[in-house]
Design a protein around this ligand. Structure first.
Ligand code: SAH
Length: 342
């Protein structure tokens, strides 16, 4: 069975050619899919036999709202979607002044093993498909009734560990015949897979790249991000520099502030050494406490920020949204997994 929502207009058009249909059917079908139809039957400008053939030959992914939490504080909505095979993923809708932003997942679970993160606790179950990534944007917009203008790939999973799918998703969501969300309105966050960074640089996309650095030296980073053990901070920073040279786009560095782990003056100074004069931006993230992890939020966020700013590095502190719901990634899925086990 073909997962037709993962196909581009060109591919659907080619398929219609093989089926002996006129080529304009490709665009018609693509448009229906990207409007979120839940049945081929609803594609009313297609002939009845074609709709029946589509239903026989193709899968139509339709995520089901398994759980929905709405923050009373700021209107943030968190969705737990049930996928076709029974797995669940999370999507968060955040309401900013500059528009509604969805934070989407790219894998069921994650295999990167970061010590502070709830998404990685059960390992990676499987990659999502392009359609399943698109559905999170599409069905969040449909269910909430709120037009979505921005996307961040910061939910469950590591985007560069599902590289081809993520690139295809970007092409789909960017399409003028689909959701038409511009690359400049999309951010991709990675734990820093060097090979993936180099591959992404070659695509020269206009998106914003965020690198989850979280520590400026190997001794610290190895402890909290196992992925660092094979690469090291120096090679990662060199890849970041290559990315900037190739794309002309500055990278934003994410830095979770963890009490007593990565928040000393020495850490700030080492971070400053890497970033001074590069024009990079640092986003300091207050740690969200995860039940399974011993880490506590740092109490030195402002001091750390000021120490960076003294060296001319722009550092902002991420505003916390959805604090009254389980809005940080992986938590809702974890809870549901625990419930289903008992
Ligand atoms: N795998 C990608 C994207 C998903 S995680 C990455 O590593 O960037 C998105 C961001 O949330 C990352 O910066 C990640 O480090 C951060 N994060 C994970 N667990 C967190 C927690 N408990 N508190 C605050 N931020 C967390």
């Amino acid at each position: 069975m073909l997962e037709i929502k993962s196909m581009t207009i060109a591919e659907i058009t080619q398929l219609m050619g093989q089926w002996g249909e006129p080529s304009f059917r490709g665009k018609q079908i693509f448009q229906w899919l990207h409007r979120g139809v839940t049945s081929f039957e609803d594609m009313t400008n297609l002939s009845k036999p074609l709709r029946e053939k589509l239903a026989r030959e193709c899968i139509l992914t339709i995520p089901v709202v398994e759980q929905k939490q709405i923050s009373r504080e700021d209107g943030t909505i968190k969705y737990l979607w049930r996928l076709g095979d029974g797995n669940c993923v999370e999507t968060v809708l955040m309401r900013y002044h500059h528009g509604n932003t969805v934070c989407i997942s790219c894998q069921v679970g994650c295999r990167m093993g970061c010590a502070f993160c709830a998404s990685t606790i059960g390992g990676k179950v499987r990659d999502l498909t392009p359609a399943e990534m698109l559905d999170q944007v599409l069905f969040t917009q449909i269910d909430s009734g709120l037009p979505i203008s921005n996307i961040v790939l910061m939910g469950i999973g590591e985007p560069l560990d599902n590289f081809d799918t993520v690139l295809r998703f970007l092409e789909l969501v960017n399409s003028p015949d689909g959701m038409n969300i511009g690359m400049r309105h999309i951010s991709l966050s990675t734990c820093g897979l060097v090979e993936g960074l180099d591959r992404l640089a070659e695509k020269k996309l206009q998106l914003t790249l965020s690198v989850s650095l979280h520590a400026p030296d190997d001794a610290t980073r190895n402890q909290i991000m196992p992925v660092n053990r094979s690469v090291g901070v120096a090679k990662l920073m060199a890849a970041c520099e290559r990315y900037f040279k190739t794309t002309g786009r500055r990278i934003s560095f994410e830095y979770i502030m963890i009490d007593g782990m990565n928040d000393t003056d020495e850490h700030a100074d080492k971070l400053g050494d890497w970033l001074e004069g590069t024009g990079s931006h640092v986003n300091l993230i207050p740690l969200n406490e995860v039940a399974e992890s011993p880490f506590k939020p740092s109490r030195r966020v402002r001091e750390f920020q000021k120490r960076l700013e003294k060296r001319g590095i722009t550092a902002t502190v991420r505003r916390k949204l959805g604090g009254d719901i389980d809005a940080s990634c992986g938590q809702l899925r974890r809870k549901r997994m625990e419930e289903e086990r008992t």
